[in-house]
Design a protein around this ligand. Structure first.
Ligand SMILES: Cc1cc2nc3c(=O)[nH]c(=O)nc-3n(C[C@H](O)[C@H](O)[C@H](O)COP(=O)(O)OP(=O)(O)OC[C@H]3O[C@@H](n4cnc5c(N)ncnc54)[C@H](O)[C@@H]3O)c2cc1C
Length: 303
């Protein structure tokens, strides 16, 4: 990485928000991944604009990261700049029945805020361990609902450093997909459109959904959630289970015994272990069911 870029960042931003050679295993729920050259926690949209502009000037690649709950970082780490959207950029403001949220806010915190304000629509997301920016990027969903049903608009910063506002009908949401998969934008702020409901009922729904999650998912191990997308007409976890792959292990990566759709890190797994296990699952499921599984988690970084 260009040392002049690092020096310019330390001149421009609070040193407490910058980390050189930041091990990505501390920034992902999988607890896997080599170091990022430079990791930055922005406090607001202006800082996102400024650092993207500087990275462009110094020709440094930019990677956008939320809570790292749908990411597998390769063992060589990430070259260039990683912008991590975190609680530093997580304001949550009510405007009528809308809620305007900074991209780094955790879904859990936004869902709790909505519940306390007797606003319904985000109950499905209360147990998804991502940021709201990452959830928009992924069109995260659960229990027959998804972000598409609550997002009214999204404010972004483009790779050129310009601010853009996307209306809901421009977001091209589909299953675990949004427009941002093909058009790189740093998601900075999201307007959610919710509706009034009884706070007690909202709380009860959230508790029930979290209980279902705890009973089915291996939450005591590091993971990135469901490894594969749901193939049309099937459930990935059921196909993997029927192929007899529960417990299949490569190094520190294992197909969960509790939920075959999850790969868990049972201790010091490398990215290589997980990728080998993914390939093995894909081969064996295809051989048995002739269904091609596609990863839902995003694999980034260098070998
Ligand atoms: C135990 C567990 C359970 C899970 N359950 C579910 C579930 O029920 N449903 C579901 O859909 N997912 C689930 N997930 C996966 C994950 O939580 C979601 O995909 C979540 O939305 C990812 O958000 P994140 O902030 O962690 O994104 P990250 O993992 O940090 O990033 C994911 C992608 O979004 C991009 N991105 C993140 N933030 C921004 C931003 N501000 N601007 C632009 N791009 C950005 C990244 O570049 C990356 O490509 C689960 C994961 C775990 C570990």
């Amino acid at each position: 990485m260009n040392k002049d870029f690092v020096r310019a960042c330390y001149r421009e931003f609070d040193a407490a928000c910058l980390f050189v050679d930041a091990p990505m295993r501390f920034h992902t729920t999988f607890r896997i991944g080599g170091p990022a050259d430079l990791l930055f926690y922005p406090n607001n949209t202006e800082e996102v604009q400024k650092i993207i502009h500087m990275a462009r000037t110094f020709n440094e690649p930019v990677t956008l990261l939320g809570n790292g709950s749908n990411i597998l970082v390769r063992d060589g780490g990430v070259r260039g700049l990683v912008i991590r959207f975190s609680r530093k950029m997580a304001q949550i403001v009510r405007e009528g029945t809308d809620v305007v949220v900074g991209a780094g806010a955790l879904l859990r915190d936004v869902a709790v805020f909505a519940q306390k304000n007797a606003l319904s629509g985000l109950e499905f997301a209360c147990g998804i361990p991502g940021s709201i920016g990452g959830a928009v990027f992924m069109n995260a969903g659960a229990y027959d609902d998804e972000m598409k049903s609550v997002v009214a608009s999204v404010k972004t910063v483009s790779a050129a450093g310009d601010i853009r506002l996307y209306a809901a009908n421009e977001l091209d949401f589909s299953y675990r997909h949004s427009i941002f998969h093909r058009c790189e934008q740093a998601i900075c702020e999201i307007r959610l459109h919710l509706h009034e409901a009884d706070a007690g009922c909202i709380m009860q729904t959230m508790e029930e959904l979290n209980q279902r999650r705890r009973s089915k998912q291996p939450l005591s191990y590091p993971s990135a959630g469901s490894t594969f997308k749901r193939p049309p007409g099937y459930f990935a976890g059921t196909l993997i289970d029927q192929t007899g792959l529960k417990g299949l292990t490569v190094g520190g990566a294992q197909v969960s015994q509790k939920h075959a759709g999850f790969i868990i890190n049972i201790g010091n797994a490398t990215s290589q272990d997980v990728q080998q296990l993914i390939a093995l699952i894909q081969q064996r499921v295809y051989a048995r069911h002739e269904v091609q599984l596609t990863p839902e988690l995003r694999i980034i970084g260098t070998l």
